[in-house]
Ligand binder design. Structure first.
Ligand code: URA
Length: 195
């Protein structure tokens, strides 16, 4: 995909038929933030609230992410926040829509959109939040458990790294949640220092 502008990309994304997820989602959710952002964060895929509002990281995981960014001294409005997969994948259980992990095929199908965003922004630091983003950016053999926090060079950014997904912190039990949050904030402090 050739480099365009973010608004053009946003419009084109709504017509994406690279996989079947568009059939069930309300809309595609493009990345959001500063065109000249030094830091780009990549999540997994929109959740229920993101699907309805069309904006990334505005639901429960997004609120936790905002708190962590705040503690780490990163201004979200100076960054760019996006997802590896742009449509919400879910399973209906009664009235609820339960998040389903995107497949390797869906991650691959959506990769050109992520690449197009990154080619326009050209950030200094690219941060993968969780395994799906890391798989899209670094390939299927990459393991966040092994590589978390390590900074490497990447075609899309001079410095690229990974940490856990904010949802994993929400799922952590009791006191563990607090510890995981602190560890996450520490990772974000390193990101800030690298930017
Ligand atoms: N989780 C993600 O990975 N991305 C969002 O936009 C929201 C929740």
């Amino acid at each position: 995909m050739t480099a365009k502008t973010l608004p053009v990309l946003r419009d084109e994304l709504q017509h994406c038929r690279n996989c079947d997820l568009y059939k069930f989602a309300t809309q595609a959710v493009p990345g959001e933030g500063k065109k000249k952002a030094r830091i780009v964060f990549v999540g997994e895929q929109p959740g229920d609230e993101e699907d309805k509002t069309g904006r990334p990281f505005v639901g429960p995981a997004g609120r936790l992410f905002d708190r962590a960014l705040d503690e780490a001294g990163i201004d979200r409005s100076e960054a760019f926040v996006t997802n590896a997969v742009k449509h919400f994948k879910f399973e209906e259980r009664g009235k609820r829509r339960i998040h389903k992990k995107p497949s390797a095929g869906e991650i691959k199908a959506c990769r050109p959109w992520l690449e197009a965003e990154l080619v326009i922004i050209r950030p200094q630091v690219l941060v993968c939040l969780g395994a799906t983003a890391a798989q899209s950016v670094f390939g299927p053999d990459y393991r966040v458990t092994r590589e978390r926090g390590k900074i490497v060079e990447h075609a899309w950014a001079p410095r690229a790294t990974s940490t856990i997904h904010p949802s994993a912190i929400l799922r952590a039990p009791g006191e563990q949640r607090h510890l995981e949050f602190e560890r996450f904030v520490n990772d974000l402090r390193l990101v800030r220092a690298a930017s």
